[in-house]
Design a protein around this ligand. Structure first.
Ligand code: TXA
Ligand code: MG
Length: 353
């Protein structure tokens, strides 16, 4: 398949929004930037078009998609009812990194909802995404624009790497500011429940809603006996080619543990990569070190994490040892992605051993 690539850094293409909107209206697929990660979009009301997304990504068909809208009004037609609390969330957090799950209306095709009676909706805070939705005059279903299982794309080049030749068009714009995907909150039960931590934090949601629950599957990891409510949470995700392992503990004990592990792995003839912070990046020798930024600048770390995981793929490392990220605020979302990239391998480094 020929993929039309629109690179907004190199070209001055005034018609690209109209052209891409036509592709969407005709049932094609277009990748575009949002504030969280790049999305791969198709007409959310056309099951056949949506099916092309699953094929291009190699995504399991039981994993439902988020429908992107350009206004609260657009969202009304997609659901049975926008509840009072859901409306409050839309007014406060849209456009932005919050995806809201409500009971779906019957215009949502089964391909989007993967057979559930609910639909996930989000209004992105990015002018290209919003202009595309408006120009198409349609809601756009869009998962992250990566091959299933790979780190989500936060730069246009990541989308090109994964999807060139597999979709109709790619709009290459700026790098994604947030860098981790939207928070997914289920508003269909008695207590609002976070199914995926993301750009809007639990603290922010509690301030508005009072009690907010977290789907236990988020922390427990893969437990095939108890399916997570967000179907996507059960699949391997965000994984670079090398094995990833996370080290948690006090700063001193983490450094010590990682140094030991570097030694052990090198003895076994393995190439080691370390994912750490600015203040520890000079600690580790004879390895490929990548710094996420200052350890207390969680927003910067969020915007770097997926790109650095992909950068390790360009090296020959066999194992990536990562320092844990502070789990406050957006740190919850960052650690959620990192823990999944590590396949839940987390080692606790003890003090004074
Ligand atoms: O920031 C984002 O959310 C990005 C950008 C492109 O908007 N999109 C994104 O989509 O991350 P995706 O498909 O990679 O992740 C959507 C998540 C999956 O975990 C999926 O299982 C869950 O949302 N989801 C979608 N519809 C759902 C539903 N009706 N009930 C429960 N979970 C749902
Ligand atoms: Mg994804």
């Amino acid at each position: 398949m020929d993929t039309k690539v629109i690179n907004l850094y190199n070209e001055n293409d005034n018609n690209y929004i109209e052209d891409c909107a036509s592709i969407i209206k005709e049932g094609g697929t277009v990748a575009f930037p949002t504030e969280t990660v790049y999305g791969l979009g198709a007409n959310a009301l056309n099951g056949e078009a949506v099916n092309k997304i699953f094929i291009a990504k190699g995504r399991p068909s039981d994993n439902p998609l988020i429908v992107h809208v350009a206004s609260i009004e657009d969202a009304r037609k997609l659901v049975i009812e926008i509840t009072k609390e859901a409306l409050l969330l839309m007014e406060l957090f849209w456009p932005g990194p919050l995806t809201i799950i409500l009971e779906k209306s019957n215009i949502i095709p089964v391909e989007v909802s993967a057979g559930l009676n609910t639909v996930a909706i989000r209004m992105p805070a990015h002018s290209i995404a919003l202009n595309l939705i408006k120009a198409a005059g349609l809601p756009i279903a869009a998962p992250s624009a990566n091959i299933s299982g790979r780190p989500s794309p936060t730069k246009g080049e990541h989308v090109v790497e994964d999807l060139l030749g597999r979709i109709d068009a790619i709009i290459i714009g700026d790098d994604c500011k947030v860098g981790v995907e939207s928070t997914v909150i289920d508003m269909t039960g008695n207590v609002p429940t976070i199914l995926r931590p993301g750009g809007v934090t639990k603290e922010q949601l509690e301030e508005v809603l009072g009690e907010v629950a977290v789907d236990p599957a988020i922390d427990k990891g893969i437990n095939l006996e108890e399916a997570p409510k967000s179907p996507g949470m059960k699949y391997t995700h965000y994984a670079p080619k090398a094995d990833v392992v996370i080290i948690k503990g006090s700063k001193g004990s983490v450094i010590k543990k990682i140094k030991e592990m570097i030694f052990e792995n090198r003895q076994l003839g393995k190439e080691v990569g370390v994912l750490c912070f600015e203040d520890t990046s000079l600690e580790y020798l004879n390895v490929i070190v990548k710094s996420l930024g200052k350890r207390d600048e969680l927003e910067v770390i969020a915007s770097n994490i997926f790109n650095l995981l992909r950068e390790f793929d360009k090296t020959k490392v066999d194992i990536i040892i990562a320092e844990a990220v502070d789990e406050r605020h957006i740190g919850q979302a960052i650690m959620n992605r990192l823990v999944k990239a590590a396949g839940y391998k987390v080692i606790y480094a003890k003090d004074n051993t």
